[in-house]
Write a protein that binds this ligand. Structure first.
Ligand SMILES: Cc1cc2nc3c(=O)[nH]c(=O)nc-3n(C[C@H](O)[C@H](O)[C@H](O)COP(=O)(O)O)c2cc1C
Length: 188
């Protein structure tokens, strides 16, 4: 698989095979990819937590807001929920550029997972108290959470459209629209 194929495969998944856990070694390898990511002044301020235990997942899950554009769906039901999460933490006293670092790190995690068939969804809509209870990290705040698991849904890329909102069709397939290059490239 070349990079373009990997980038196309690395969609956001929100329904998973909950009963098929992602091996811990693979989750660690995905964080290893994040460790190689560029970051401001190479300060490497981010830290990561792996959440896999059933109790912890049940603590984290209720605070998550899923797929805001799909208003008649409140999120994955038991059996299709994430089998793991990675929490990205940043020092509470140093906010400069850590959000950018976290985005790049998350992208590395998502791509490293996609290469191995792991589906993911980067999440900003979560309950920080629940995250802190599940993955306590003194002196750090959660910056984002990544839901993970083997995909339990079909996601189709819709290229070269001016649409923004993703949708589900009558067969429950999730469609993700992407803008054409002509719209994206302002000069050149
Ligand atoms: C910073 C960031 C925050 C996001 N937060 C959420 C979220 O809270 N809930 C959710 O269901 N999806 C979330 N997403 C996933 C986006 O909805 C998704 O990336 C977008 O619909 C495009 O789909 P794609 O990732 O398959 O290209 C987030 C993505 C990013 C990059």
């Amino acid at each position: 698989m070349n990079f373009t194929e990997l980038a196309e495969r690395a969609r956001s998944y929100r329904r998973f095979l909950e009963g098929k856990p992602v091996p811990r070694g693979l989750l660690r390898k995905m964080i290893g990819a994040a460790a190689m990511a560029p970051c401001a002044s190479n300060l490497q301020r981010l830290r990561f937590s792996i959440v896999t235990g059933e109790h912890d997942r049940n603590t984290l899950f209720p605070g998550i807001g899923w797929a805001g554009y799909i208003t008649d769906w409140s999120g994955p039901v038991p059996g299709e929920r994430p089998s793991a999460y990675i929490v990205v933490h940043a020092p509470e006293k140093e906010e400069l550029f850590t959000g950018i670092d976290a985005g790049i790190a998350a992208s590395h995690i998502v791509l490293a997972g996609a290469e191995q068939g792991v589906g993911s969804c980067i999440l900003l809509n979560y309950d920080a108290d629940a995250v802190n209870r599940t993955a306590p990290a003194e002196g750090y705040n959660p910056v984002l959470v990544i839901a993970l698991g083997y995909p339990g849904e079909t996601v189709v890329l819709e290229k070269d459209t001016e649409k923004i909102r993703y949708w589900r069709d009558e067969t429950d397939v999730h469609h993700v629209p992407k803008l054409p290059l002509e719209t994206l490239i302002l000069k050149g």
